[in-house]
Design a protein around this ligand. Structure first.
Ligand code: PEP
Length: 254
């Protein structure tokens, strides 16, 4: 049984006062959600503030990105050790916005994942096809290649620490959620690939779905056999909406 993982990707949003306003509302709402992992990825500048706000709760923090180098002359970059120092348990790598806007390749993503694992931070490795690739019938092939290349540096022993996020680019920030069946088809394919690469450990890797997840859509998505969580952008900025996503079990028939 894989433990569900619901993660907020705040992207380039929020300030320190808004973090406190969010957590003041959010923490009591999810106080009894002890069967799921709850993760929040704020901008780097808010990691310290968030760490103070979530201290003593089961909520964990994440970086939205990382540089694969350990330290040095990389102006503007953040190393895995720095995220560990901020108490991060996770970090997102390979988000489609970084692949598309900052030209990041899967090889670079693999180096980031390896750097995080050296610091015992779980990488949330994002993969997903564009609409053009889907329409050309290439969705599974594109995801398979991204995943193989992005996980190239992960050993069998480390596999279980990895989280994979399937995020079809056409569903991110567009209000278009993939149907549970479309998402499951890709998640099932990812599962087979993970099992082929890592054996039993591949069955224990959690695969999140991401792309316009809302309280109204989360239950049906989470009911699919290979959907183990959600990576949430827009709806995660609202503490009530994100708490309803965390409490996905109670969203049935909403
Ligand atoms: C994301 O950016 O990871 C994401 C899934 O965003 P949204 O929920 O806004 O589509």
């Amino acid at each position: 049984m894989r433990r569900p993982i619901l993660a907020a990707n705040w992207k380039m949003n929020m300030n320190s006062a808004e973090v406190s306003a969010f957590t003041n509302q959010f923490i009591p709402l999810v106080a009894n959600a002890d069967e799921v992992d709850i993760v929040i990825a704020p901008p780097f500048t808010l990691l310290d503030r968030l760490a103070n706000e979530i201290a003593g709760t089961a909520i964990q923090s994440a970086g939205q990105n990382v540089n694969p180098e350990e330290s040095g002359a990389f102006t503007g970059e953040i190393a895995a050790g720095m995220l560990a120092d901020m108490g991060c348990a996770y970090a997102i790598v390979g988000h489609s916005e970084r692949r598309a806007l900052f030209g990041e390749s899967s090889e670079f993503v693999a180096r980031k994942a390896a750097a995080l694992l050296r610091h015992e931070i779980s990488p949330i490795v994002c993969v997903g096809e564009t609409l053009e690739q889907r329409d050309a019938g290439r969705a599974l092939e594109v995801v398979e290649t991204q995943l193989r290349e992005s996980l190239a540096g992960v050993s069998g022993d480390q596999a279980e620490q990895v989280v994979v996020a399937y995020e079809p680019v056409w569903a991110i920030g567009t209000g278009r959620t993939a149907t549970p069946e479309i998402a499951q088809e890709v998640h099932g394919h990812i599962r087979s690939q993970l099992s082929a690469q890592f054996g039993d450990a591949g069955n224990r890797i959690r695969i999140q779905y991401g792309g316009s997840v809302k309280p109204e859509t989360v239950y049906d998505l989470m009911s699919q056999p290979d959907i183990d969580g959600a990576l949430v952008g827009g709806a995660s900025l609202d503490p009530i909406a994100f708490s309803r996503i965390v409490l996905f079990q109670s969203q049935r028939n909403q």
